[in-house]
Design a protein. Structure first.
Length: 479
């Protein structure tokens, strides 16, 4: 099959699959998933099979999806257009990458591309093959709904292929593979000739560099992205975070309208700084409507962004990382020109209390919904440097890895997070949710904000800690 590729598909670039990528080419099982460390060639293998089948079986129909249509452009379509098909291939004609709806082949085959965020367009027809890029982002409902669309009869078999980095040990896709409903293929660095020289039996120069970079990852991201393991962080600070529940496509503003906005801020330069804009609903739920997550930006830039957000959302307060009163003063000065009250205030950096408040908000309330949601498209702009470093690019990427510090093997502190984590968004969230839940900070409160580090602030924190010890948290949220 592979050897015949060059004659069969003149538009095809040379591709030689290795290891499980090769087995995947021949497998006809109805459900399969290729998973493994980042950069091992999972997406490439899946797409090569798509292209091969499109060439081999005229008039076949395939669907390539990801959770959102926008994220598909960056990952799979880039590999497809730049690596799988040749420059100038007529398959690429028509719309640009970002707006394309399908790839049409001269033999009548078609690969439709779409996002699970717009299911109506893609679910209305029948396919021979379906590929799900970063399948762990999809829900089991998405996956099962997709399998019902595998009803075209052009190819001798029908198949859904998931391509992904590993996720939690208890992820539905991991369990589905454990139950043998989905056939699994694990990819390795040695399968990818860019990193591994099969003739020499050694790493390539690029391979060595790439692995060295990945070796700098820590925690769960290291285990998943570098080692390819399906693991859940031990000692998670917010173990009740579940992206299936907390990350949503849209907020139903009819039912529970957003009434006002506030922001929280974590300063950063070498590591990313963060601003979250939260919409607070009638039921006092917090909805993340906008997130700035950027490294290497100076205070002028942050002030400009804050003023833009202030104009856009009418933000009541920016609750800031209290460690830099000079930054807070500067921000206040800039914001004062838009809104004549002291908008930037120091947040309370009492870790234990803040972590509890967030955990409480993540928990489901009696109506079955949590007290905090993240809009999937809240991120303003992606920090390409973080993409290259395989670091978190948004707060929800940080949360699974946000863990308590290990004091000695098997024992974890409950008072502080592990050192060296990407916890910028998590920190900001602690300040923000403390502000929202505790009346000492509520905007209704007329009392001036105490200066950070002053006796006044310390007194407030200790009063606040008293309220925690008195069990106020156990009773849940203030509404
Ligand atoms: N067998 C192969 N031959 C040549 N290049 C490959 C091969 N497998 C993967 N690559 C290249 O390696 C890079 C990473 O592959 P990709 O499929 O994006 O990895 P993953 O999906 O596992 O993160 C891509 O540029 C891809 O084209
Ligand atoms: Mg991939």
């Amino acid at each position: 099959m592979i050897a015949a590729l060059e004659q069969l598909t003149p538009g095809h670039k040379y591709y030689e699959p290795h290891g499980n990528a090769k087995r995947l080419m021949y497998c006809r099982d109805s459900e399969m998933c290729i998973h493994g460390p980042v950069g091992t060639g999972k997406t490439r293998a899946g797409l090569e099979k798509f292209h091969l089948c499109a060439m081999k079986y005229p008039k076949m129909r395939a669907l390539l999806v990801r959770k959102t249509r926008a994220s598909l452009t960056q990952s799979a379509l880039q590999i497809f257009e730049d690596h799988v098909i040749k420059e100038g291939d007529p398959i690429k004609a028509g719309a640009g990458r970002a707006h394309r709806q399908s790839y049409k082949y001269p033999n009548g085959s078609e690969i439709v591309v779409g996002g699970l965020d717009n299911p109506d367009r893609i679910m209305s027809t029948e396919y021979d093959m379906i590929g799900v890029e970063e399948a762990v982002e999809a829900t089991v409902e998405d996956w099962e709904k997709l399998t019902t669309r595998l009803r075209s009869r052009v190819m001798p078999y029908r198949q859904i292929i998931g391509m992904c980095n590993p996720s939690a040990r208890t992820h539905w896709l991991r369990l589905r593979m454990d139950e043998r409903i989905t056939t699994e293929f694990q990819s390795k660095y040695e399968d990818n000739p860019v990193w591994w020289d099969h003739e020499k039996g050694d790493w390539t120069e690029e391979g060595r560099e790439y692995i060295a970079k990945l070796d700098r990852l820590t925690g769960v991201r290291y285990l998943r992205l570098r080692k390819g393991l399906w693991v859940t962080a031990e000692g998670a600070i917010w173990p009740n975070f579940d992206s299936d529940i907390h990350v949503i496509d849209a907020w139903d503003d009819q039912q529970d309208p957003i009434q006002w906005h506030f922001a929280d801020v974590d300063w950063g330069f070498d590591r990313p700084g963060v601003i979250h804009v939260w919409g607070v609903t009638r039921s006092r739920r917090a909805i993340l409507v906008c997130e700035i997550y950027m490294s290497e930006k100076n205070m002028d830039w942050w002030c400009e962004v804050a003023v833009r957000l202030q104009n856009q959302f009418g933000i009541r307060s920016f609750v800031c990382d209290p460690s830099r009163p000079d930054n807070i003063d500067l921000l206040n000065h800039k914001l004062y020109q838009v809104d004549d009250h002291n908008c930037a205030i120091p947040g309370i950096n009492a870790f234990d209390a803040g972590a509890n408040v967030v955990r409480d908000r993540l928990a489901l309330r009696p109506d079955g919904k949590p007290g905090v949601f993240f809009l999937r498209n809240a991120l303003d702009e992606i920090d390409q440097r973080m993409v290259t470093e395989k670091s978190a690019v948004r707060t929800v990427d940080e949360i699974p890895d946000y863990t308590f510090r290990e004091i000695k093997p098997g024992q974890r502190s409950k008072e502080e997070p592990a050192p060296g984590l990407d916890d910028h968004g998590c920190d900001a969230m602690r300040y923000g949710m403390m502000y929202l839940d505790y009346s000492i900070y509520a905007p209704e409160n007329e009392k001036p904000q105490p200066k950070p580090g002053t006796a006044d602030e310390i007194l407030r924190i200790s009063e606040f800690m008293e309220r925690i010890r008195a069990g106020e948290f156990e009773q849940g949220d203030s509404d």
